[in-house]
Design a protein around this ligand. Structure first.
Ligand code: GLN
Length: 467
């Protein structure tokens, strides 16, 4: 029964299945597999079935669209009214938002079915879900390996057939890298394309909302529903939301695909060979491959690891233990902050708060944060120049395949996992990861990067690479 959204929504319309039936099916798969995979951290059976019944009514009345009646997983940083939403942190254990984020409101209105919340690294910091207070999720293709992170619960859930698709958020790679690890499609949108109102923040100038899905076509169908201006999020410009799903079958003939040398230089021979075979495939479809250079790439990681912890330290400063998190019975206010934040945050969150607070402190601000912002502009300009020459940029999403859980010795080893996804995040531009081929019995992945607001173009190229 686990099929793409495109297929399922047809089946719902022609009566082959109903949303209630489909929802029961997915709840059954979750029951069977979740003990092993730990992809979902909470499942809301009752409300899912009620949403499904409503969706069936909508469909019977000829209302709704492609997502109506389709069950999804919700990453645990999307505030869902009345449902525990923790961002994988002890700090938010037991927190039930009194309101709903815009994306979930839109999906609710569209008749989608929320199955439950999926695992994430604590406050979305990590590449493996290992920093989650719920413990790590497992990769359904090889349970010794990570499903990636921070949207690793979502990627594992889609790959294991526990839901038709799942929401994710991507700040430095957290949709694309887990998609790559699990062999599914992951779309990171242009900064501001999808509202972040009510999505628990990591680093506000980088955070984006997107999806993990079974195909670029499905990602297009999802984006049509969730994208657009929202007066509750001032970073969402009033740029028209195109019918992305109708832009998929563009001709590959004449499309110029840039391949940046900085992304392929360090690849292992096997991965390089596999990647080259994809370039040949694109050429055989009529695309033109252009060698390009993005010389600022080498500063991407450094810039990201100044800007993102700085913004993390500011965003997480609101968690003082008074409203959320472990309560302290310390006698004075400052000790109560110390106690609550010591018990509420894990090691990685603390590490980033310390780094960020340092980079923002008087005397260091100019040397670190301000300088990082300047280099960020150079990275953006690198991409802008490249897009004068080519239509899209093609790279591997990650340097190799999913690694074994627990195998990264140092924080730096983990950070390097995002070396190919971070530049597009820093530049605020859209990118999609799609699976292809195999290495070491695990899926390899391609990343298609495009200019601002050209989600249709990146999804179109991704779609044509696969078909
Ligand atoms: N893995 C990266 C980090 O740890 C990216 C996280 C994300 O995109 N949320 O910061």
């Amino acid at each position: 029964m686990h099929q793409t959204i495109a297929t399922l929504s047809q089946q719902l319309r022609n009566g082959t299945t109903s949303s209630v039936e489909l929802t029961k099916y997915y709840l059954g798969v979750i029951k069977d597999k979740n003990a092993e995979l730990n992809a979902f951290v909470s499942v809301n059976e009752e409300s899912a079935l009620a949403m499904a019944a409503k969706a069936d009514d909508m469909i019977a009345a000829g209302k709704g669209g492609a997502l109506t009646g389709i069950p999804l997983g919700v990453k645990d940083n999307f505030s869902e009214k009345g449902m525990e939403t923790t961002a994988g942190s002890n700090m938010l254990k037991g927190y039930k938002p009194p309101y709903e984020c815009t994306v979930l409101m839109k999906l609710r209105e569209a008749g989608a079915v929320f199955l439950g919340h999926t695992n994430t690294d604590e406050f979305m910091m990590g590449s493996s879900t290992e920093t989650s207070v719920f413990g790590s999720s497992k990769n359904p293709l090889d349970t010794e390996r990570t499903p990636g992170g921070s949207s690793g619960g979502s990627s594992a859930a889609v790959a294991a057939g526990m839901c038709a698709w799942a929401l994710g958020s991507d700040t430095g790679g957290s949709i694309r890298q887990p998609a790559a690890c699990c062999g599914v499609t992951g779309l990171k949108v242009t900064y501001g394309r999808v509202s972040r109102y009510g999505v628990i923040a990591m680093a506000s100038s980088l955070d984006t909302v997107g999806c993990l899905a079974q195909s670029p076509e499905d990602a297009a169908l999802i984006l049509e529903v969730i994208a657009g201006h929202d007066e509750m999020d001032a970073t969402t410009p009033d740029v028209e939301v195109p019918k992305y799903s109708e832009q998929l079958n563009q001709d590959m003939k004449g499309i110029k695909i840039g391949v940046p040398k900085e992304y392929v230089e360090g690849l292992s021979d096997e991965v390089k060979k596999a990647f080259d075979s994809q370039l040949e495939l694109a050429e055989s479809k009529g695309a033109k491959i252009v060698d390009i250079s993005l010389p600022m790439t080498e500063y991407g990681l450094a810039v990201y690891y100044i800007i993102s912890p700085s913004e993390v330290s500011a965003n997480l400063s609101r968690y003082d233990g008074l409203r959320f998190g472990p309560k302290s019975d310390a006698e004075d206010l400052v000790s109560s902050y110390f106690e609550a934040r010591t018990a509420g945050f894990g090691d990685e969150a603390k590490r980033r708060i310390i780094i960020g607070t340092y980079a923002l402190s008087a005397g260091y601000f100019d040397a670190y944060y301000k300088k990082a912002l300047k280099v960020r502009t150079l990275i953006k300009q690198d991409f802008e120049k490249a897009f004068e020459q080519v239509d899209v940029i093609l790279t591997p999403t990650v340097p190799t395949v999913a690694f074994k859980t627990g195998s990264k010795g140092s924080p730096m080893d983990m950070y390097l996992e995002d070396i190919m996804t971070i530049p597009a995040s820093v530049a605020g531009i859209p990118a999609v990861s799609i699976p292809y081929g195999e290495y070491d019995n695990m899926p390899l992945s391609l990343q298609v990067i495009g200019p601002m607001f050209e989600e249709g173009r990146v999804l179109g190229v991704a779609h044509n690479m696969k078909n």
